[in-house]
Design a protein around this ligand. Structure first.
Ligand SMILES: C[S@@+](CC[C@H](N)C(=O)[O-])C[C@H]1O[C@@H](n2cnc3c(N)ncnc32)[C@H](O)[C@@H]1O
Length: 211
């Protein structure tokens, strides 16, 4: 965990055995060296400092402090599964950097809504949408408490417990879920698995609401 002096004091108060060591200047941006382009669903996904290919549709992402370069296996698996679905309206629940919402818009989903509970993610997502020149409505929302957009498809790459709690209240007939390991599957009454992709030990599912 990275923190400042005040944060270190708080951590020590809660966990007296905690070990701390200083980090070199520039640690905030060191992840950029690992932000490499990826491909999924026929899209090239990469950072703004990499030259994009001329012949492929692109998703340019600079996630900053939000989650989602596009290269994580769960994100790539969600995009692959999105590309297999019939196009329609879409909710990106827990949008992080906005990579899935922008990928969905590129693939032809419309209208696209993106929400996150983290204000940093909401700001980064709005910038990703703007810089890619796509139409996505971005808003702050807790997907477990707030009213959700009624869409044809919802995608949620969060973690198993949150995904299961979300499915119980999700107003969509089809969901793509991820954020958990190959050995795990969301188990929620009224939803049945219809497709699954496993990538590097992670899993993503397409689920359909039973009528
Ligand atoms: C693993 S990141 C996924 C980011 C991006 N969708 C992707 O696939 O790369 C999960 C995101 O869900 C958000 N999140 C977690 N719980 C949430 C909740 N209850 N309501 C809204 N957003 C939530 C986090 O803030 C984070 O941005």
């Amino acid at each position: 965990m990275y923190t400042d002096t005040a944060g270190e004091a708080e951590i020590r108060a809660a966990f007296p055995q905690a070990l701390a060591e200083p980090v070199e200047a520039g640690w905030e941006d060191r992840w950029k060296a690992f932000h490499r382009p990826a491909r999924a669903g026929g899209l090239w996904i990469g950072p703004p400092w990499e030259p994009p290919p001329a012949s492929e549709p692109t998703v340019i992402v600079d996630p900053g402090r939000a989650f989602g370069t596009g290269a994580h296996p769960t994100t790539r698996a969600c995009i692959e599964l999105l590309a297999r679905l019939e196009r329609g309206s879409l909710l990106d629940a827990g949008c992080g950097s906005g990579v899935l919402a922008v990928a969905a818009a590129r693939l032809g989903f419309a209208p696209v809504f993106a929400v996150d509970a983290d204000p940093v993610a909401v700001a980064v997502c709005a910038e990703t949408v703007r810089s890619n020149g796509v139409h996505v409505q971005v808003a702050s929302a807790d997907v477990l408490r707030d009213e959700l957009h009624r869409t044809d498809v919802a995608v949620a790459n969060i973690e198993l417990g949150v995904v299961e709690a979300l499915l119980v209240r999700l107003p969509a007939p089809t969901a793509i879920t991820s954020g958990y390991l190959e050995a795990e599957t969301p188990r929620v009454p009224d939803w049945e698995p219809v497709d699954r992709l496993e990538l590097e030990g992670w899993a993503a599912d397409v689920l359909a609401r039973r009528h």
